[in-house]
Design a protein around this ligand. Sequence first.
Ligand code: NAI
Length: 468
Amino acid sequence: MEKFDVVIIGSGPGGYIAAIRSGQLGLKTALVEKDKELGGTCLNVGCIPSKALLTSSDHFTFVKKEAAKHGIVTDGARVDLAKMQERKDKVVKTFNSGVRSLMKTNKVTVFTGFGTITAPGKVSVKSANGDTQEIEAKNIVIATGSAATELPFAKFDGKMIVSSTEALEFKETPKKLLVIGAGAIGLELGSVWNRLGSEVTALEFLPRIAIGFDLELSNLLQRLLTAQGITFHLETKVSAVKVDNGHATVTAVKNGEELKFEADKVLVSVGRRPFSDALGAEKVGVAFDEKRRIKVDKHFRTNVDGIYAIGDVIAGPMLAHKAEDEGIACVEIIAGKAGHVNYEAIAGIIYTNPELAGVGLTEEQAKEQGIDYRVGRFPFRANSRALCSDDVEGMVKFVADAKTDRILGAHILHHTASELIAEAVSVIEFGGSSEDIGRTTHSHPTLSEAVKEAALNVEKRALHIMNR
Ligand code: NAI
């Protein structure tokens, strides 16, 4: 039986990054993955393919709706969906082989098959052809991720009622796409298919979209997505989905009134659940919380000696970068170092156009917590580079402590928000203030100046807008 210092189960961003770090630290490392390709949900059926399609469909929107303003004539532009999908698949494949070669260079042994913990320190790997291999591990890291949540009355059939996995694979643009749940997945994939010509309707249970993000910016995003053609029904509870002869009828209740929607595809994007099915963790005594997440302490240790867990399978936001940093911290702790994740400096991003990004406290959270705070806002309309690029939708918003000026939260709605938020994340990581950003020289003309101006505006001294 082969022996390892660390056996990681699951090769998503949490697992494969943990494996790289473990290899760097000189630990004898194995990575167990049930799927043929490495990279997990994010790389194969999540973040990466969705961003590839978001980019392609965004280019199409530019060609169709914006290019003429720049004096570019693009008459007759149309979508070749097969080609678009092919490009997306190529992006995924490139990353797949990149991760595989990273395993080699970091001396990580990859086992392909379903991993089960048979006893503390023992993992059995069952491959697709039924062969079983037993491996021994001083330490086991569970990084098995999450799976799409199903609605009891609308079970996934992979054709009409689909999860994000199938909604990334449509071979034809659906005429009518009904999206249940206006969170990250619903908004991103709703955007892709809306841009490519679907009539998209999103039904959301809550009175708002993009739960977890700053309300003011979420409302602004909803207005902009509505202008792009997505229809939203908020405070709408879906009660039934009926499929008949390639056609779906969705029944929902809004303000006590029953509504019916017709669709040829229904995307269910109502959240994800931690995935640890058939892992054997319970059998060896690992404790779970009430949401079926594996319980861990601050050092990612479960209650069973030598078994750790990271990523979507434990508490916290289900985000690739959170899983990655937990993976790094976890193996550093195993190696006797001081691994740590700062949960106050983890940004969430929805890659619509404009993108919505946020880190730290929203204004509502600051209010709820009774914190004395100040807000600084700056609209991209007043930013020179945004005007040059004709990319003026959105704003930057800071929430800072009224007494100390420490930045508590930063929120950006803009085409490039996913990149711009990084500055605020770094400053929050260092415990910085809005003044720190306001006094930092930002290159001109850049979109980042809007970040500086919003920071200055915590003290109502932005330069390119009127302040009272
Ligand atoms: P989500 O939790 O972000 O949003 C689900 C939405 O569905 C919520 O607004 C909820 O109120 C609504 N909902 C729940 N039940 C409903 C019902 N019966 N009828 C109508 N609405 C209902 O979940 P989502 O979008 O599925 O994403 C899953 C996870 O994956 C999230 O944790 C998300 O953060 C992560 N993710 C992150 C991405 C990113 O960082 N860009 C992209 C995609 C997913």
